[in-house]
Design a protein around this ligand. Structure first.
Ligand code: DOR
Ligand code: ZN
Length: 347
């Protein structure tokens, strides 16, 4: 039996799904991501949302201003799809360097009120995206109150994604932060233009984490953690070597006091230890040798971007995650606060 390695060097990874917010909050979190990742796809769910190429480019400049000296980090910008996003904004966005458009079903999650109320309303914009080679990133949950919260992803695939895939056969689609066996199977079989990101927290935890010893708001995100069979299916998918699955943290910072609240916000903050959390999940599955493909190879291939030229080294070097990080005027409680992680990315 080979002994467990004490260090692992991989091509510098990218985060294909990230929330950095804006203003002082953003200044607090961008350095964490820039320390590990060469690029990240930046979610557009600001208030108001990022809906024009010009707004995306201005947001990009604000992000770059938060990157510490000496680090090279490239934010990859997205637009927020609304019922009214004009088809001709797509070519402008592509020409400005926007890499994708994000679909939030209206009401599905944080800052999704401006999202799409009915896919039929955006058909012309989706056609423009298909023509321009602009990928669609999907928050895949239905919002009908009569559908059980834990079933919203599986029902979305049946009711929305299957018809969307059929109607736009040339559109690249990424189902973001998948959480179920149904999604993993769907993606595996859907062909080369369909892929999925998987978060570290969905690989590491099942829904018991939200309720262990009392209600634990820092494990609450959307789509919500699912039961163990689903977690195992996600681990299987992420470590399978299939190029359809790649890293997207969905690191989603909220002030601690708004998560520890009667109506706590959805989102887990993982950027402080993103690659370490993934390494933990891959090692538990005895698949550390598959981490590089998932973190550094499959994403650029799907997006038709070059692989990064640098490397990132992880060492087996136990460290304790801080209880809080500063977050503007508030505090930010990271996932795994106070716990010991086995791996540490080297600066
Ligand atoms: O948990 C989540 N938080 N899920 C999302 O889809 C949005 C995100 C956020 O922006 O906080
Ligand atoms: Zn997200």
């Amino acid at each position: 039996m080979p002994s467990a390695p004490d260090s692992l060097t991989i091509t510098r990874p990218d985060d294909w799904h990230l929330h950095v917010r804006d203003g002082a909050a953003m200044a607090a979190v961008v350095p964490h991501t820039a320390a590990q990742f060469a690029r990240a796809i930046i979610m557009p769910n600001l208030r108001p949302p990022v809906t024009t190429a010009a707004q995306a480019m201005a947001y990009r400049e604000r992000i770059l201003a938060c990157v510490p000296e000496g680090l090279a980090f490239e934010p990859l910008m997205t637009l927020y799809l609304t019922d009214k996003l004009p088809p001709d904004e797509i070519a402008r966005a592509r020409d400005a360097g926007v890499v994708a458009v994000k679909l939030y079903p209206a009401g599905a999650t944080t800052n999704s009120d401006a999202g799409v109320t009915d896919l039929r309303k955006v058909h012309r914009t989706l056609e423009a995206m298909q023509r321009a080679g602009m990928p669609l990133l999907v928050h895949g949950e239905v919002t009908s109150p009569e559908i059980d919260l834990f079933d919203r992803e599986a029902v979305f695939i049946e009711q929305q994604l299957v018809p969307l895939r059929r109607d736009f056969p040339g559109l690249k689609i990424v189902m973001e932060h998948i959480t179920t066996r149904e999604a993993a199977q769907y993606i595996r079989d859907a062909g080369p233009l369909t892929a999925a990101t998987i978060t570290a927290h969905h690989l590491l935890y099942n829904r018991n984490a939200i309720f262990t010893g009392g209600i634990r708001p820092h494990y609450y995100c959307l789509p919500v953690l699912k039961r163990e069979t689903h977690r195992l299916a996600l681990v299987e998918a992420a470590t399978s070597g299939s190029p359809r699955f790649f890293l997207g943290t969905d690191s989603a910072p909220h002030p601690a006091h708004l998560k520890e609240h009667a109506t706590g916000c959805a989102g887990c903050y993982t950027a402080h230890a993103a690659i370490e959390l993934y390494a933990q999940a891959f090692e538990a599955a005895d698949a550390l040798d598959r981490l590089e493909g998932f973190a550094s190879v499959h994403g650029p291939a799907f997006y038709d971007l070059p692989r990064n030229s640098g490397t990132l080294t992880l060492r087996r070097q136990p460290w304790t995650v801080p209880e809080h990080y500063p977050f503007g005027e508030a505090a930010l409680k990271p996932l795994g606060a106070g716990e010991t992680l086995a791996w540490k990315a080297q600066a």
